[in-house]
Design a protein around this ligand. Sequence first.
Ligand code: TYD
Ligand code: MG
Length: 456
Amino acid sequence: MAKVKTTYYCQNCGAQHAKWQGQCTACKEWNTLVEEVVEKNTKPSWEQAAGGDVTLSRKRTQKPQRISQIDATESPRLDTTNAEFNRVLGGGLVSGSVTLLGGEPGIGKSTLLLQLCLRLPYKTLYVSGEESAHQIKMRAERIEKNVDNCYILTETKTQNIFRQIADFEPQVLIIDSVQTLQTDHIESTAGSVSQIRECTGELIKFAKETGTPVLLIGHITKDGHIAGPKILEHMVDTVLQFEGDRNHTYRILRALKNRFGSTHEIGIYEMQGHGLREVSNPSELLISQRGNNLSGTAIAATMEGMRPLMIEVQALVSTAVYGTPQRSATGYNLKRLNMILAVLEKRAGFKLGQKDVFLNITGGITVDDPAIDLAVVVAILSSNFDIEISSQHCYSAEVGLGGEIRPVSRTDQRVNEAAKLGFDKIFIAPSKSKTNNTTIQAHGVSRIEELVKQLF
Ligand code: TYD
Ligand code: MG
């Protein structure tokens, strides 16, 4: 194999250098040089690897074709048999697509994809650079009794992987993880920016030319970004994030980017002793203490994507011991909490300036639906007065800076979900309070003061 020529480019100004150096001589920036391949053999790496002459049956050659003649039904989505995963992808795996799954260490990325792989009704190759075949087998046995459809390869060199693929012709390829991959074309160590980019490029080429869906696992850095260049996220078709609190058992799968579907959908899983369980009715699980009336607790009817989700909000208000009161929010935006406290102080006359306020969304999830505001207000006031509020009530509205209660989208769906879970009354903005649902009372309130009068 001919040696591939590489050179170093400055990521800041684009200047070219023959060898690595700490500072770019053109723009004087430090640590910006990255190795890149400048001259490659004309055959894609995945073909070269397999001896230069591949007759992979699904290999496509491209010719220009009229858009009206393209058969859009040609590549139907592959059903992953995992309803939550399908939903997040927008209806299944698109053939030839490359999906990147990111998440913190230990959150369950390998478990999720191995589980998927075990249950996929297709010939699937799971390539692992992180664990030995023995470790994977042990994990697989925890998840599934009968494992037959899935093939394991422990390899990190992309050329070797492609050689195996050419023989094996998998229908789905899973790589755990992209940071362990290494290509012969670049000398830098596995996990470096140029290795990650080059290896991903080779895999994308393979996916597009053969129509094989590829799933990649990617590690994320401390600040929550996928380790490696940001460009990686631009290169792939779909970026999924697996998140959740490691101390809680719930995990949320979210699409950050999706070329084939919406990014509003989420999938919810519960980590159990034998793998991840799909949570198809999350509301019941997220509400912990249904039936006990507790002060400082209110239930919000929120939406995650197209799915209504009932969420429990807990607040604790106590007298501040130090001069500066503490504010803390878990699962809710702290700035928004401060804003709500200011609204309560200014518009409804509550002296919360000398109080510590702690807010928690149960279940370890993070909510950014503004409809949760009203439940936050009720939880804070309930804790402040130490007056319990009925656990048969729920809340769904945004709170404005003027203390007005504002309508939110998809109110009907929220009301129906609340009715389905047996709530008696839902507090919403007045303009949306007409509903066809007769099993629940939809109660419109227009201002915070009015709500306070009714509840406390
Ligand atoms: P893992 O999938 O190895 O995480 P990642 O690949 O994202 O680093 O995460 C595994 C964690 O999940 C580990 O702490 C053990 C736990 N686990 C279960 O609770 N149940 C199971 O069935 C399996 C396989 C793992
Ligand atoms: Mg892993």
